[in-house]
Design a protein around this ligand. Structure first.
Ligand SMILES: NC(=O)c1ccc[n+]([C@@H]2O[C@H](COP(=O)([O-])OP(=O)(O)OC[C@H]3O[C@@H](n4cnc5c(N)ncnc54)[C@H](O)[C@@H]3O)[C@@H](O)[C@H]2O)c1
Ligand SMILES: [Zn+2]
Length: 364
């Protein structure tokens, strides 16, 4: 069970291993790939700390001197101040240019530790071991690192590709149902935008996925990682192609922000956003209602929401999308589906069609 996906970026290419148990065995691979003088594992707290200790132990067993820095890993702490503390931790541990930072945790830990690796001594090697489904499906591949500012999420950051990524589906057994479903939204997104066969497989596999059947989970995660790796390999810095990954995110981000970060998970907001994008596609005659029905069916099978929460301020969502301004002076651009597995980016949509789609999103 398990396999490797390659992210092809010339001299900065890297392998993504998707295999149950790989976290316990990654020490030798990291030594062979990076040849570090020293490793610092940056791990989340709680259950994730145990995973970080496992990674430190496999590094030590492989003959790599390894330390451990723990970071709460909560969104509120994804800040420059916490990154600064971790950078000082690296300096205190005597890490030099040939050291490696190994992140073990959810997207918050991976983003923050990646940023630390990208900026310490102008950039040292980084290995990512994401432990949530969202981080495995999305944050783990692509090289986006960063932290939040009080003014907004991910406002500070740099691209810094990892030297390797290890995705261990067995650590997803301890993930909460809600966080698990949140990650499923990104996997569904990958199928919808680029992989018809993956989408079709997801209808059948959903029940086993929700049971966290290791074989099915590994297969689906691998297929999802192939989509993301392929997009990133062709378009590292979010040009035309990588923009397709924003499917469901224009409206999803607005919903997430208005609901208040943390009240809806990212995946829940993206699920509602993907539904909205389908309704929008219908409104402008891009596709029929049958596509929307199929997408809603898939999201519902995954236990994800497809309607705006009753109490969500509709006008605030429009404002967060800056749609209130665009109503007067122009159109919005969206990623829309043409069919299952085929997305088109930069589709111009008039604000009144967006308003109609959002109204339908509320009424169902
Ligand atoms: N860099 C990118 O391309 C990219 C892409 C998507 C999201 N992100 C970022 O990722 C973050 C969200 O990531 P997330 O959804 O992983 O949330 P998270 O990092 O907040 O983790 C969610 C919770 O799960 C816990 N956890 C982690 N692994 C666990 C496990 N195996 N078992 C039990 N609990 C576990 C964490 O401690 C945390 O409490 C956001 O900050 C977002 O901006 C980055
Ligand atoms: Zn997302």
């Amino acid at each position: 069970m398990g396999s490797t996906v390659a992210v092809s970026l010339g001299s900065r290419s890297y392998p993504v291993l998707v295999e149950p148990g790989c976290m316990r065995r990654c020490g030798i691979a990291i030594r062979e790939l990076v040849h570090p003088t020293r490793a610092v594992v940056i791990g989340g707290s709680g259950i994730v700390r145990g995973y970080a200790e496992t990674v430190r132990d496999t590094l030590e067993a492989a003959g790599v001197t390894a330390g451990l820095l723990t970071f709460s890993g909560i969104e509120r702490h994804k800040t420059l101040a916490r990154a600064g503390a971790l950078l000082r931790g690296l300096a205190a541990a005597g890490v030099d240019r040939s050291g490696v930072v190994v992140a073990v945790g959810g997207g918050v830990v991976c983003d923050t530790a990646g940023f630390v690796a990208a900026t310490y001594m102008r950039g040292i090697a980084f290995v990512s071991i994401p432990t949530t489904l969202l981080a495995q499906a999305d944050a783990g591949i692509g090289g986006k690192t960063g932290v939040n500012l009080p003014e907004g999420k991910n406002l500070v950051g740099v691209f810094h590709q990892p030297a390797a990524v290890f995705m261990d589906p067995s650590c997803l057994r301890t993930l909460s149902d809600r966080d698990f479903r949140s990650g499923l939204a990104e996997i569904i997104k990958h199928g919808l935008i680029r992989d018809h066969d993956l989408t079709v497989r997801l209808y059948d596999a959903m029940e086993a996925l929700l049971r966290r059947d290791m074989e099915v989970l590994t297969e689906i995660l691998l297929r999802s990682c192939r989509v993301k790796a392929d997009v990133v390999s062709r378009d590292e810095r979010e040009g035309h192609l990588r923009a397709a990954l924003n499917f469901g995110h224009t409206i999803g981000h607005a919903i997430e922000k208005v609901a208040g970060y943390g009240s809806l998970t990212h995946g829940e907001a993206v699920s509602i956003g993907m539904t909205a994008a389908c309704l929008l596609g219908e409104e402008i005659g891009f596709h029929g209602s049958d596509l929307t029905v199929r997408v809603i069916d898939l999201l519902t099978r995954a236990g994800l929401p497809t309607r705006l929460p009753e109490d969500l301020d509709h006008d605030a969502v429009l404002e967060a999308m800056k749609l209130d301004k665009k109503i007067h002076d122009g159109t919005c651009r969206f990623v829309l589906l043409r069919m299952l597995g085929d997305a088109v980016t930069g589709v111009q949509v008039a604000p009144d069609a967006t308003l109609r789609a959002l109204a339908r999103l509320r009424s169902g």
